[in-house]
Structures are given as structure tokens and as C-alpha cells.
Design a protein around this ligand. Structure first.
Ligand code: ADP
Ligand code: MG
Length: 246
């Protein structure tokens, strides 16, 4: 079987905070169109790993490769990489003083230099895609958590990222809103959006993930094809974790 060469790859990424080692040499390659679900206990380094992948945190050692090329450590290289990567956080992090459409329009106007008119068209298209076209003029505090998170996803998509990173995108949501966000993410994955998703939502993992990566104490302990993982091929430590969350 031929395997596409990775779109994005972390090689031996180490990260220390003071004397504490949060990532102990983590490597992961994500192929174009692939969806990887990253699981593991709280404090295992999942968020730090995502932040190293898009160089929001500079790794202490190891490297990040995008389309096979190592990304430089200089500021400009990090900024270029981040343009290719959409990031969605647990707490949405929308601009409160901008309505939904304006939240989405900001980067296309400021970074890509689009006109207000063109950026607005893009925003409306993306709001339709995340199924809240009617909320274009609503401010974040007028939206439910699930709607705010879908605006955040649309905002990330506005820059036409090559990869989406999601850090526990539904863990701040009321249970009845989790599904609407996961459905949007699963649709994007099914359309071929390369994605890395930190989540405890194993139903989502089962339907959307190609691979499951299990992290513990700053290390990648296990990587499995989703079908194998859900078929029961799970190591002892991952099994113990799953027994706690399921
Ligand atoms: P996870 O997302 O899996 O819960 P994190 O990546 O947030 O784990 O954290 C991994 C470890 O690194 C934790 O022990 C956390 O306290 C520590 N850590 C994360 N960010 C920082 C930081 N900015 N400064 C100091 N310690 C941090
Ligand atoms: Mg985290």
C-alpha cells in the first residue's frame, strides 16, 4: 500500500517548562486528508503538543515539518506555518465586540487583503457550512456555546487552512450542544480536511478518525488505525484510560 507523504509531521518534539518535561520526544506524521484523534489523561501533554505543532510554543528540541520541509525557528517561518493551520480552542476565543460574520472576516481582510464585500461573502458561505447562516449579525454573547464554537470553526476555515487542530472543542459545551459541533467537524473530515483532534468524545473518534494516538505523561504511548483500536486492539495503558472515561 502506498502511503501519502505526510502533510504535517512532528519529529522528536521535546518541551520543558522550567524543570518539568511536558513532551518527551513526541513524533507524529499526519497524511493529507487524514483525521487523527489524540487522547490521553489530563496533563499528559496533548495541548502542549498541538501548540508545538503550529509553533505557538517553540519546541526545545525536535522539529516540525510541513509538506516534507522542516519549518525554520525564525518568527517569519512560524507565522507562515500558522497561516496554513486552523486552530480551535476549548473556549472559542471569539472577539466579543465583533458579530459572527465580522469574526470570520477579520483575518481574510487583514491578512489576505480581501475587500469587506468579498470577506463578507466568504463569511456567509462559511456560516452556512457550519449551519448557522442566520446568525451572521449575532454577537458572541447572543449565541449558544455550540453556535460560538461553530463560528470559531468557520473563522479558522476562512484562511483556507491545510490542517485543522482542535483542542477539546466540545469540553466547555452543554451536552445538548456537543453533537452539533462534532457533526460539523465530522463533515469537514469526511470532505478530506486534514485534522488533529484532541477529544474525549469516542463516538466522534469512531466515526471520524483514521487513527487514534494515545498520550500519557508527555509521551506517545500508542498509535493505532481507528478500525483496530475500536476492534479492541488497545494496549494496557490506553485500555485503563478508556475504562475511566467511558
Ligand atoms: P493536556 O492538554 O494533556 O491536559 P497540557 O499540554 O496542558 O496537558 O499540559 C502538560 C503538562 O505541562 C501539565 O503538567 C501542565 O501543567 C504543564 N504545562 C502546560 N503548559 C504550561 C506552561 N505554560 N507553563 C508551565 N507548565 C505548563
Ligand atoms: Mg489540554
Amino acid at each position: 500500500m502506498t502511503r501519502d507523504k505526510p502533510l504535517i509531521e512532528a519529529v522528536g518534539v521535546e518541551k520543558r517548562f522550567g524543570g518539568y518535561t511536558a513532551l518527551k520526544g513526541c513524533s507524529m506524521a499526519v497524511a493529507p486528508g487524514e483525521t487523527v484523534v489524540l487522547i490521553g489523561p489530563s496533563g499528559s501533554g496533548k495541548s502542549t503538543f498541538l501548540r508545538c505543532i503550529n509553533l505557538l510554543e517553540p519546541p526545545d528540541s525536535g522539529s516540525i515539518l510541513f509538506k516534507g520541509k522542516e519549518v525554520g525557528r525564525d518568527f517569519a517561518s512560524a507565522v507562515r506555518l500558522r497561516r496554513e493551520i486552523g486552530m480551535v480552542f476549548q473556549n472559542f476565543e471569539l472577539f466579543q465586540h465583533l458579530d459572527a460574520a465580522e469574526n470570520i472576516m477579520l483575518a481574510p481582510m487583514k491578512v489576505l487583503g480581501l475587500s469587506r464585500h468579498d470577506a463578507h461573502d466568504i463569511a456567509l458561505g462559511l456560516l452556512a457550512k457550519v449551519r448557522i447562516r442566520d446568525k451572521a449579525d449575532s454577537y458572541p454573547d447572543e449565541l449558544s456555546g455550540g453556535q460560538q464554537q461553530r463560528v470559531a470553526i468557520a473563522r479558522a476555515l476562512a484562511m483556507k487552512p491545510a490542517v485543522m487542530l482542535y483542542d477539546e472543542p466540545t469540553s466547555a459545551l452543554d451536552p445538548e450542544m456537543i453533537r452539533e459541533v462534532l457533526d460539523v467537524m465530522a463533515d469537514l473530515s469526511a470532505e478530506g480536511m486534514t485534522s488533529v483532534v484532541v477529544t474525549h468524545e469516542m463516538g466522534f473518534a469512531k466515526r471520524a478518525a483514521d487513527r487514534i494516538v494515545f498520550m500519557e505523561a508527555g509521551e506517545i504511548v500508542e498509535t493505532r488505525a481507528s478500525a483496530d483500536f475500536f476492534g479492541g486492539a488497545v494496549g494496557a495503558r490506553a485500555r485503563q484510560f478508556l475504562d475511566q472515561i467511558l
